[in-house]
Design a protein around this ligand. Structure first.
Ligand code: NAD
Length: 508
C-alpha cells in the first residue's frame, strides 16, 4: 500500500517541496501571472498532489528568453576562460552527486521511477554529463589551413547563443541534464522546459548548478504544457537552437515552429526497437538482458527493445523463461528500494498503455503475461508487466510506440527475416541482438538501420559515442563532437603572412 508516507519521507529527509512551481528566471522563481493556469502535479504511486504548477505564459517565456539573452550578451559565461568554466562544471557534477538522494526523491514523487534506479543509474549519469563535457571542452581545438600560399586561415568556434531545451517526463534529470550540460559547456545560455508532469528535479538541478558557480540567467526554466509554454518557447524569435527529447508527433509541431526562424533543431525521439534472440545465443543472458531492455524505467524508455524477435529453435525455451521472470518482477512502491517496476507517470498514460493491451487482443495477439491494471494496488497508475505473442510485424502494436511495460514477441526462422522485421519500422533508434556467431553479429551491425546496435548487452552507453536515431527517431546526435557542432557557430578568419600587393581597382 502506497500512501502519504512519500510526503513523510521527503519531510524526514529535510527536502523542501515548493507549494507552487513557477518560471525560474535569473536565479529565482518569478511570481505567476494572475491569469496563470494552475496544473496539479500528481504522485503516480499514490495519486496525491505533490505541488501545483503555475503555467508559464508567453510573457514569462519572454522574460526567461530575455534573461538568457542578457546573460549571453554580458559575456560573463560565453567569454569565461575554459579553465574556469571547466571548474564550475566539475563542481556542478560533484554537487549533483552529493545531493543525489534529494534529487532522486523529488523525481520519484513526480515520475514514479524506482528510487533505487535513480540513485544507482540516472542521477550518477546526470552528474557525469557535467564532468564529461568539462573534460571535453578542455581538449577542443580549432583548425588551421595553409594551402593558400602566404595566408593563414584559422577556424574557431563560438557559442551559438540562446537555446530552448525541451525535455520529457520519462527520465527527467538524466535527459534534461544532458541537454543543459551539452549546451552550456560551449558557452551558451538557455531556457529549459521540463515536462509539466515532472518539474521538481530539474528546478533543483538548476539551483545546484548556480550554487556551483553558473551565473544567474545562464539557465532559466519555464514550466507548463507543451502546446502552451513549450510552443511559446520554441517559436520565440530570441531562440538560436532548439534541442528536444520527446515524441515524434511533437517533433513535427516543433519543426513547423522552428521553420519560421529557420532555427536549427536537434531531436531525440521515439523508438520501436527490435531485440533479436538467435538460436545460438546464451538464452539465460538473453532473457536477463531482454527484461532490462523492456521493463526498466517502468517500461518508459525510448530505447526499449519492445519488439522481441526469437529464432524458432530457442523460441519455447526463451518465451517460457521470459514469461516466468516477468511474472516475478517486483511491481510496487517506487520508494521501496527493492521495487523493480513502479507505476506509469500519469493517469492518461496508464490508460493509453492499457488501450494497447485491448488493441493487442483486437489484433489477435495472445497475451502471455500481464495486461491488467496491476492487482494489489488500490491507488496509483500501475500496469502489470505485459508480453504479447504476435505473428505479424504490421500490427499496430508492433509499429506504434507503447512506451510502457509492454513487449511483443514474434518467432522467426532465418536471420534475414529478423533483419527485415527489425528494419520494417518508421523508427530507427536502437537494436539489440543476442548471438554467439561473430559473423552474424557483424552482418547485423551493418544491416540494421538504427543509431545504436547492442550485441549481447543491454543499455551500455559510452558518452564519447554518438547517440541518436535513424529515420523518425531523431535528427542529430548526442555526443561531444556532435554537440560541439550543434551548439557552436564556426568562423573562418584569413590573415596574410606578409604584406602583399592588392589588385588595384578604379585606377587609370
Ligand atoms: P512529448 O513529446 O509529449 O513531450 C516532451 C516535451 O515536449 C514535454 O516537455 C512537453 O511539454 C513538450 N511539448 C509537447 N508539445 C509541445 C509543443 N507543441 N511545442 C513544444 N513543446 C512541446 O513526449 P513525452 O510523452 O514527454 O515523452 C515520451 C517520448 O519521448 C517517447 O516518444 C520517447 O520515446 C521519447 N524519448 C526519446 C528519447 C531519446 O533520447 N531518443 C529519450 C526519452 C524519451
Amino acid at each position: 500500500m502506497v500512501d502519504s508516507r512519500h510526503t513523510e519521507a521527503l519531510a524526514a529527509a529535510g527536502i523542501d517541496v515548493p507549494e507552487q512551481v513557477t518560471a525560474y528566471v535569473r536565479g529565482r522563481q518569478v511570481a505567476a501571472d494572475t491569469a496563470a493556469v494552475a496544473l496539479p502535479v500528481i504522485n503516480p504511486a499514490n495519486e496525491e498532489s505533490v505541488t501545483q504548477l503555475m503555467e508559464a505564459s508567453d510573457t514569462d517565456v519572454g522574460l526567461a528568453v530575455g534573461a538568457a539573452r542578457e546573460a549571453f550578451e554580458s559575456g560573463a559565461w560565453p567569454r569565461m576562460s575554459v579553465k574556469q568554466r571547466q571548474a564550475i562544471l566539475r563542481d556542478a557534477a560533484q554537487l549533483v552527486a552529493e545531493n543525489q538522494q534529494e534529487l532522486a526523491l523529488l523525481e520519484t514523487v513526480c515520475a514514479g521511477l524506482p528510487v533505487a534506479h535513480l540513485t544507482g543509474r540516472q542521477i550518477p549519469r546526470a552528474a557525469e554529463n557535467f564532468s564529461f563535457f568539462a573534460d571535453y571542452i578542455g581538449l577542443m581545438a580549432g583548425e588551421t589551413f595553409e594551402q593558400e600560399a602566404g595566408f593563414l586561415t584559422t577556424v574557431t568556434r563560438e557559442p551559438a547563443g540562446v537555446a530552448a531545451l525541451v525535455a520529457p517526463w520519462n527520465a527527467p534529470l538524466a535527459l534534461a541534464s544532458m541537454q543543459i550540460a551539452s549546451c552550456i559547456a560551449f558557452g551558451n545560455c538557455c531556457v529549459s522546459k521540463p515536462s509539466e508532469y515532472t518539474p521538481l528535479s530539474v528546478l533543483r538541478l538548476v539551483q545546484l548548478l548556480e550554487q556551483a558557480g553558473v551565473p544567474e540567467g545562464v539557465i532559466n526554466v519555464v514550466n507548463g504544457r507543451g502546446p502552451v509554454t513549450g510552443h511559446a518557447l520554441v517559436s520565440h524569435p530570441g531562440i538560436d537552437r532548439i534541442a528536444f527529447t520527446g515524441g515524434t508527433a511533437t517533433a513535427r509541431s516543433i519543426m513547423r515552429d522552428a521553420a519560421a526562424q529557420l532555427t536549427p533543431v536537434h531531436f531525440e525521439l521515439g523508438g520501436k526497437s527490435a531485440n533479436m534472440v538467435f538460436a545460438d545465443a546464451d538464452v539465460e543472458r538473453a532473457v536477463d538482458g531482454s527484461l532490462i531492455n523492456v521493463y526498466s524505467n517502468n517500461g518508459q524508455i525510448c530505447i526499449a527493445g519492445s519488439r522481441i524477435l526469437v529464432q524458432r529453435p530457442v523460441a519455447e525455451a526463451f518465451i517460457d523463461a521470459f514469461v516466468a521472470r516477468v511474472k516475478n518482477l517486483r511491481v510496487g512502491d517506487p520508494m521501496d528500494p527493492l521495487t523493480e517496476v513502479g507505476p506509469l507517470a500519469f493517469a492518461a498514460h496508464r490508460d493509453r498503455v492499457l488501450s494497447y493491451v485491448a488493441l493487442a487482443r483486437e489484433e489477435g495477439a495472445e497475451i502471455l503475461v500481464g495486461g491488467t491494471s496491476a492487482p494489489g494496488f488500490d491507488r496509483g497508475y500501475y500496469v502489470s508487466p505485459t508480453a504479447a505473442l504476435v505473428t505479424d510485424n504490421n500490427l499496430r502494436i508492433c509499429q506504434e510506440e507503447v512506451f510502457g511495460p509492454f513487449a511483443t514477441i514474434q518467432v522467426f526462422d532465418e536471420p534475414e527475416e529478423a533483419i527485415a522485421i527489425a528494419n520494417e519500422s518508421d523508427y530507427g533508434l536502437v537494436a539489440y541482438a543476442w548471438t554467439s556467431d561473430l559473423a552474424l553479429a557483424m552482418t547485423l551491425q551493418s544491416e540494421i538501420r538504427a543509431g545504436t546496435v547492442w550485441i549481447n548487452t543491454p543499455l551500455v552507453r559510452d558518452l564519447r559515442a554518438p547517440f541518436g536515431g535513424f529515420k523518425q527517431s531523431g535528427i542529430g546526435r548526442d555526443g561531444p563532437r556532435q554537440c560541439a557542432e550543434f551548439y557552436t557557430e564556426e568562423k573562418a578568419t584569413i590573415v596574410p603572412r606578409v604584406t602583399f600587393p592588392i589588385r588595384k581597382m578604379g585606377v587609370d
